[in-house]
Design a protein around this ligand. Structure first.
Ligand code: SF4
Length: 826
């Protein structure tokens, strides 16, 4: 209704929106200030795989060739524009390009191949680094639809990015004749996913809507509400653009009327009311005629990028106003015009995790630390783009692995609890539907018969019924699983003498179940030096270990090659040690930061000494649950891609499932089926590890969203069903004494498990989460657990092979225990 306000009603609406804007500017500490960014527009390629009917930006290879242009701008062409822009005081390099041109145009693919880039994103990354290094301009990237992985690749080279949502009206994309018909990247659901992934990746993001392309008022309102939902969930939308459609000659929509000014004014005012006072709202000043004051009066606070050098290549027929003109019209409306950077002041002030340490120096050189706006006197000049110095400098509570058992945590939550995980209220709404109890009608007895006869024949309905089993049915299920265990792997209860080395706990990924991660200034934060890591591996070797398991937080300073250094440090000191290290999240992080593909990165890691990878970071392989559990961790498809790539390279992995939080038995079923499928394809999993959720200090529990971990019923059902659903593909089912205690682990050995995991020697992750079962177990204690289950214990290697005699002797002499570890404080 309000979108249709006209006349007096529109004036009232605009005036109230302007008051909301003014309140927001006062709260932000810049009352009466409108902003703009002095930028250069770099159209990196005008080839695009989409075919939007209003677009004159996209072109075809033949036209580019005839005009004497390459398929992409060369680095020299880009730098020439950027340098000239810097000389004119510009601070932003707006890099705009078509979506995935190589998917449609062989000429684009050939250009990338000839210049040594795997894809367009790799070129965008390279261009951005050169701009930062040689001109000091800050890249603002508009490369179209990005995946979660693309965000990880680009975040270290650009302080901000953007993509217009345009509209949520799917019919404008799916119906022939619609403006987005035939444009795969314009599917609204896909674009909303991009906005979510930007928020999850803590990327300051610009987006907005395009009005007048055939959407109804209702659809326009829906688009704005969708943007509000995402803005609230992640606090990552730095700016919202309300852009009016302008018909262009030579396009399919040339006959369509331009969006009228009243439409634009009403939409700006409604957007201001919907998004609230703190939102930054922009209307491009070159898409209106002389009606600036009407937009100011409707609640905008920004004019966007304005260039003294380049044209708006998307709207080449609409020149930008001069900056002094813009200042004049702003002044006439009672506002001061101030320059901002491509990244908005709020995000400049927030710093980590929104700005990667690799671009932080470039931003700081241009930003006023007080206001976060551009510094008037800043010199725009190139600065090296480099990895932070001295990453592996011992820092913080490096004795946490021991003192967690005696002194405990400093606080039950990290200092940035209210911001690093996204918005808790929005999450509560999102999580609620998944927590509704399910009713299962399938006959448990029939399902048990199938399980006993041939567990590979269990249907989904039968498996779900068994995952819900309780009482005598659960007892029967565990007996069946125990029988299958016996026939699959025999009576031996295996264990491994291993040491966990968590080399840092600094992390801003925002996993909401993780009580281990700390911000770098928190009292419990630490990072180990390479020497400390090697020393720990040596100590472990001395007491009989055959493996170290190394995982850490996604420390923003870590270069992607740091993982190679870690593997090398262990192998150089203890050549015989098996290096089991780096979760799929760390693999993706390493690959993104080096610019290598996952495959290339894994090959390099293997050469550095990596033997196998833990299949952690799986949590629940279902994005519905995952995006409640974590703000920024890798999505399901990427986890699968990493482990299958590793397996193809001969790097085997474990597999895991963390359960008992906001999940349901149907998620466990889906997860186990996924693992079984991967194993049939690659054969690379060594085992499946059940990881019951430890709730006590887990943020998602402290925020009142998750259950307090699984019940003993859940643990038995999951263990038994893992045995049955993974049979015969994954023969080893591991239970976790860290999370269940000795008694619990023994019970799982009777429910289908055959492996007790490791001695660990130091366990910090579960202890930080509040687990009370200690940081290590001696070999004797593990043997005692096996005996309590009435079975023999047998040491194993990572790959479940025989442990060399010499290692067995060393472990026996020490009990597989480090001499300096302290007893658990009860
Ligand atoms: S689980 Fe790992 S990636 Fe997630 S917050 Fe904890 S340390 Fe970081």
């Amino acid at each position: 209704m309000l979108l249709q306000a006209r006349g007096e009603h529109l004036e009232d609406l605009a005036a109230s929106a302007a008051r909301v804007r003014d309140a927001g500017l006062r709260a932000a500490g810049r009352p009466g200030v409108l902003t703009y960014s002095r930028s250069v527009f770099i159209p990196l390629t005008r080839l695009c795989r989409d075919r939007c009917h209003y677009c004159t930006f996209a072109t075809v290879p033949g036209k580019l060739r005839r005009a004497g242009h390459g398929m992409f701008m060369s680095l020299d062409e880009v730098l020439d524009i950027a340098r000239r822009g810097a000389a004119l005081g510009c601070k932003e390099a707006l890099i705009t390009l078509g979506d995935k041109p190589e998917d449609r145009w062989p000429e684009a693919r050939e250009w990338l191949d000839a210049h040594g880039y795997d894809d367009t994103i790799a070129y965008v990354r390279a261009v951005s680094i050169r701009i930062l290094e040689e001109t000091g301009l800050l890249p603002h990237l508009n490369p179209g639809v990005l995946t979660w992985t693309d965000f990880q690749r680009l975040k270290p080279v650009a302080p901000s990015m953007g993509m217009m949502l345009e509209t949520t009206a799917t019919r404008l994309w799916s119906e022939p004749g619609g403006p987005h018909y035939g444009s795969p990247d314009k599917e609204p659901a896909l674009r909303l996913r991009v906005l979510e992934d930007a928020g999850r990746s803590s990327v300051p993001f610009t987006t907005g809507i395009l009005i007048g392309i055939g959407e109804t008022y209702e659809e326009r309102a829906e688009s704005l509400f969708a943007l509000r939902r995402i803005a609230r969930a992640h606090h990552g939308i730095q700016e919202l653009i309300i852009q009016n459609f302008r018909a262009k000659p030579d396009t399919a929509m040339r006959g369509m009327p331009d969006a009228e000014l009243d439409e634009l004014v009403a939409t700006v005012a409604v957007a201001r009311h919907i998004m609230g006072p703190s939102a930054c709202l922009q209307a491009p000043p070159n898409l209106i005629d002389a009606e600036y004051e009407r937009l100011i009066g409707a609640g905008i606070d920004d004019w966007g990028g304005v260039s003294p050098l380049t044209i708006d290549h998307v709207n080449p027929e609409r020149p930008w106003p001069r900056i002094d003109q813009l200042a004049e019209v702003s002044r006439a409306a009672g506002f001061e015009l101030r320059e901002r950077l491509c990244v908005y002041p709020e995000f400049v002030k927030r710093g980590e995790p929104w700005l990667d340490p690799r671009v932080l120096p470039h931003v700081r050189a241009l930003a006023d630390p007080e206001t976060g706006l551009a510094r008037e006197d800043a010199t725009v000049e190139g600065r090296p783009w480099q990895e932070p110095d001295e990453v592996f400098t011992a820092a913080g509570r490096t004795d946490l692995h021991r003192t967690i058992d005696t002194r405990g945590r400093t606080a039950d939550r990290r200092d940035d609890f209210d911001s690093v995980y996204g918005d808790w209220d929005a999450l509560r709404e999102a999580a609620a539907p998944g927590m509704a109890p399910e009713r299962i009608d399938t006959d448990v007895r029939a399902a048990l018969r199938t399980a006993a006869d041939d567990p590979t024949k269990l249907t989904d309905a039968e498996a779900l019924a068994l995952l819900h089993a309780d009482g005598p049915a659960l007892d029967a299920l565990c007996r069946v699983a125990d029988d299958v265990r016996k026939s699959a792997v025999g009576e031996d209860v295996t264990y491994i003498v291993t040491r966990n080395i968590n080399f840092t706990n600094v992390c801003y990924t925002g996993c909401r179940f993780c009580a281990f991660a700390q911000r770098r200034t928190d009292a419990d934060a630490y990072t180990l030096s390479l020497k400390q890591v090697a020393d720990r591996a040596q100590q472990a070797w001395d007491v009989g270990a055959v493996e170290v398991c190394m995982q850490g937080g996604i420390h923003p300073d870590l270069p992607g090659t740091a993982y190679f250094d870690l593997a090398r440090a262990v192998k150089e000191r203890v050549p015989g040690m098996h290096v089991h290290a780096f979760s799929p999240m760390e693999v993706v992080n390493g690959a993104a930061r080096t610019g290598l593909s996952v495959r290339e990165w894994l090959i390099a890691a293997k050469e550095a000494g990596l033997d196998t990878i833990p299949g952690t970071a799986a949590e629940i392989l279902d994005d519905e649950v995952r995006w409640v559990l974590t703000k920024g961790k890798l999505p399901t498809a990427t986890w699968i891609e990493v482990v299958t790539t590793a397996h193809e390279l001969g790097i085997r992995s474990s597999s895991t499932m963390m359960y008992g939080h906001v999940d349901q038995p149907r998620h466990w079923l889906g997860h186990l089926r996924t693992l079984a499928r991967i194993q049939q394809q690659t054969g690379g999993f060594t085992e499946f590890v059940t990881l019951p959720f430890v709730h006590t200090n887990a943020p998602v529990y402290l925020a009142g969203i998750a259950r307090p971990g699984p019940t003993m019923r859940d643990n038995r059902a999951v263990t038994a069903m893992a045995r049955l659903l993974l049979h015969p593909y994954i023969p080893n089912i591991q239970t976790s004494w860290v999370k269940l205690g000795a008694e619990g682990a023994v019970e799982m050995l009777r429910s289908g498990a055959n492996d007790l995991g490791g001695t660990l020697m130091e366990e910090t992750i579960s202890r930080m989460a509040g687990s009370s079962y200690g940081s290590y177990k001696s070999v004797g204690e593990l043997v005692a657990m096996a005996e309590a289950a009435g079975r023999p214990a047998r040491p194993r290697t990572t790959l479940y092979g025989e442990v060399p005699e010499e290692r067995q002797r060393a472990a026996k002499a020490s009990g597989g225990r480090l001499p300096e570890l302290l007893p658990v404080l009860e």
